[in-house]
Write a protein that binds this ligand. Structure first.
Ligand SMILES: NC(=O)c1ccc[n+]([C@@H]2O[C@H](COP(=O)([O-])OP(=O)(O)OC[C@H]3O[C@@H](n4cnc5c(N)ncnc54)[C@H](OP(=O)(O)O)[C@@H]3O)[C@@H](O)[C@H]2O)c1
Length: 246
């Protein structure tokens, strides 16, 4: 893409955490942004207001990504408001840690339905509807490489996302659309911090040689590279953004 002006980026799970930082950064880079969320309308609306006040353009869109019909309606709404979608950032995700012995069916089904089926639902729409020259950035995790205990089901959903990424990149042949994944290491958000002791968080922060947790802005910078003009020659790859932990 030559420039981000007049381009539309749809960011799933953008009400808080990494997704909110990605939406804000892409808006700063000139994209019109669609801020998707599933439950928390207030922070999504607040973010849209903040972007508009800074001179950007934003729309909020409620949709549970695991619901194929809701995802279709979200793309419809984006097209109605802005004429089309150029960039899809598949950030929405959940993490439920458990050993395989302790994981129940609900734990397995929920993570599959949001992380894998949710990504599939948006990719299917994007494959048919993204404008030529567009970009897809999926979200994996560095745990696919680290293979830590209790992350089994979560990491398996994200390994599947990496596979979808590489195959979709090939299926977009001839349309100038790149498809990549970003695989963060630990980032200070609700998803990572909830349920962990301060001591465990401090230990995990020191695992990488830069000896700190990632910030949502660290990840947003890497997404902005893949979604913007400088990332145009990167295709079908998974970029581990993690301070060097693996
Ligand atoms: N944080 C980390 O350490 C880390 C590391 C590696 C990878 N990741 C990946 O990075 C992505 C973002 O994580 P995060 O840490 O920013 O998580 P987070 O702070 O928990 O935020 C999750 C976001 O996803 C949305 N969401 C959840 N379920 C959804 C659904 N079914 N449909 C639509 N939106 C949904 C939430 O919306 P509501 O507010 O409406 O619920 C929220 O905006 C995830 O894919 C995660 O797996 C995170």
């Amino acid at each position: 893409m030559a420039s981000n002006e007049n381009k539309v980026a749809l960011v799933t799970g953008a009400s808080r955490g990494i997704g909110a930082a990605v939406a804000e950064r892409l808006a700063k880079d000139g994209f019109t942004v669609v801020i998707n969320y599933s439950g928390n309308a207030a922070p999504a609306e607040e973010l849209a207001k903040k972007i508009e006040q800074a001179g950007g353009k934003a729309l909020t869109a409620k949709a549970d990504v695991s619901d194929a019909e809701a995802v279709r309606r979200m793309f419809d709404a984006a097209e109605t408001a802005f004429g089309g979608v150029d960039v899809l950032v598949n950030n929405a995700g959940i993490m439920m840690l458990s050993s395989l012995a302790e994981a129940d069916d609900a734990n397995f089904d929920r993570q599959i339905s949001v992380n894998l089926k949710g990504t599939f639902n948006t990719l299917r729409e994007a494959a048919k509807r993204l404008r030529d020259g567009g970009r897809v950035v999926n979200f994996s995790t560095s745990v696919v490489g680290l293979k830590l205990e209790t992350y089994g089901v979560y990491a398996a959903t994200k390994a599947a996302v990496e596979t979808l990424t590489a195959i979709m990149a090939k299926e977009m042949r001839g349309r100038g659309i790149t498809v990549n994944a970003i695989a963060p290491g630990p980032v200070a958000t609700d998803l990572f911090l909830n349920g962990k002791s301060d001591e465990l968080v401090a230990r995990m922060a020191k695992m990488n040689p830069l000896e700190r947790l990632g910030t949502p802005e660290d990840i947003a910078s890497a997404v902005a590279f893949l979604a913007g003009p400088d990332g145009g020659w990167i295709n079908g790859q998974t970029l581990r953004a993690n301070g060097g932990v693996i």
